[in-house]
Design a protein around this ligand. Sequence first.
Ligand code: ATP
Length: 718
Amino acid sequence: MGRGWGKKTRRGPGHGNFDPHDVNTVKHTRLGVWDLYEQMDPGIARLPGVSEMMRRLEVLNDLPYVWRMVRDVASIKSCRLYFLIYCIVELLSSLLPAVTLWFSGHYLSIIQTAIERSVVDRELLLYASVGRLGCAFAGRVLQYIKSSVEFPLNLKIKKHYSIHIFENMARLDVPTFDDPLVQTRLDTATTSSRSTHSLAWDTISVVIAVLTATIRLASQFSVLLKVVGGQRDGVIFVVLHFGQELFRNDFKPGFYLFSAKAWAATTKDREYVKLQGLKRTMNDNSHRKEIVAGNLERFLTHEFRYAYNNASGLVADFYELLRYKSSQTTPSLSSLLSVLLREAPEAFYLLRAAEHPASIPVSIASMRLVQATTSSFMTAFMGFLNESGSIAERFHKVRQLYEIENIPNDVVDGNISFPEDRQSLKSGMSVEFRNVSFKYPGSENMVLRDISFKVEKGQLCVIVGSNGSGKSTVLKLILRLYDPTEGTILIDDQDIRTLKLADLRECVSVLFQDYTHFPLSIRDNIALGSPQCAHDSDKVREAARLGGAEDFVDRLPEGFDTYLDRPVRDYYSGIPGGTKTLFGRPVNFGAVDHAMGGMRSSNSVHLSGGQMQRLAVSRSFMRSLLSEGQDIGLLLFDEPSAALDPTAEHDLFVRLKNLRGQKTMIFSSHRFGQLTRPADLILYMNDSEIVEAGNHVGLMRQGGEYARLWNLQAQAFL
Ligand SMILES: Nc1ncnc2c1ncn2[C@@H]1O[C@H](COP(=O)(O)OP(=O)(O)OP(=O)(O)O)[C@@H](O)[C@H]1O
């Protein structure tokens, strides 16, 4: 697993264009406040049954992946024994109904002998009864064994595929991960791993179910013919009962909307959209403060009621309406036929009984037997049909699960190791932009236009400029989160595209303006700055001290083990109102989880924006300044002090200055002064371009925009 990552392949089946308004290919249905658009099958496929057949034939393309899945599962050592037991149990279970039927068949000959010779063959009766009981007992035992092995087997398989998905998601770069098509493919793969059963297990168990259903059908049918074949009218009974059962199970494609066909649903109902927005506003506790402070409760209720009353159709969730629609089918021919056929066996039986009164007891017994068998037979048969319908879909999903490892990254890796000499990093790295222009994927706007500059090794560069002028984008390009649309970036005079990505990123430390906190403990959030030293608690603490976070983290109840937003909730129910904490965490009586019939605690620790930034700065320190053997030659900071108070900002810059040594440092900042005055190079950006470049003295002498803004900020302190 994990091989063939770099392979360029098509990004999945979604490459065509689905235009909901193309009346030739798309069917529109109104469902209450929703509009449903379904792709119609092209040409010949529109004939009844053809598209279904074509869809089932598509399974052939997916089979190699299913085979790979079976091999992968078989290669999981801990699974093998469980899997073998499961298969044997399924095989025995599929033969059991036929064996039961065979024993039941003896009852018929007992009744026949009793009528003809007025004696009951007690030995045979005992044999048949014990046999049937034995079958019932064996059925229970097999079921118990099956449920005992199914759960651990499913968990082991699930673990295997969760790692597969995680690994393949981790390797994706920013533009690829942002690609909506890639998101869809990942969603398909991750959804299956999140459900109680894994896709792999579901697929394998369905394949086994189809095989065993076939065995069950064949064995039951042959025993049934043997048992009643000798009876008068036995075969006619079988046919009549089959007809009855067949039409009892009315075939309904109903929910087949969700096959491989493209479809889309939207609502254009403004009131419905508003209604949902109002609901969210009310449910999300982050808005509560403003609702209360703004006295909004009456207004919001009025708006909610108005939206509900003025929506233009049935107001319901899309799936709810879809279910309602599929239940509104007109009575089919098969349902009318079923009424007739339901009565047929009994009518036939009465007719024959009148002609041959002596055979009544045998007829009753054989009718019961045939009835019971056909009913269970048809249940299995219908299950088989349903499974083979969904199996195509499931096989297709298996293919998608494996194909995520072929999603190519947009940023192509280079092949030159960097740097040649790690010692050289101590004196920094040079960065040069040559005529670089850039627009973000999917956007038409150039956010950098013909940018050229060079930061020499060991220099301090500060990029200043207005909001949206492109400062952060420059930093992102240095890390190759994206490649320039035009122009070249050189690192130590080598084209950045030729360098191995992992090598490049290992030499650079960055603190983004829009840093995020991972849903992990504070310790891990800081430690992630340096994966090599992640388990060194002393270094984590030292980084927190340098980042100005140590004091407030120590004051938190769980210290460095605190989760800012714990990703796993506690579940509880019926807790007395006086309970303030559970498991060391505050009890949240507001978060009722209806699905679980209990409550989930949502315990997030609220930190201020400045404290959050201190944590992010600590992570940056962890990476850039503390790790031995992990040499950093370039430090990038995007507004590292935006949320810090003046003292914290001052302390941060002093620490950075002390620990920086000779490394190259590039800042993006709105603030002038502390940073720009000592800078070797200041780049003043406006509207995607560098409009002024030089050091502080030079730019002040120039008397341009930089000087104007410097004076503006300086005046504020006069
Ligand atoms: N992922 C993205 N996709 C599309 N456009 C983006 C993306 N990120 C940024 N932009 C756009 O690129 C332009 C430059 O953004 P950038 O973040 O580089 O500006 P900035 O100078 O750092 O701004 P600020 O001072 O506000 O941080 C902006 O117009 C922004 O809207």
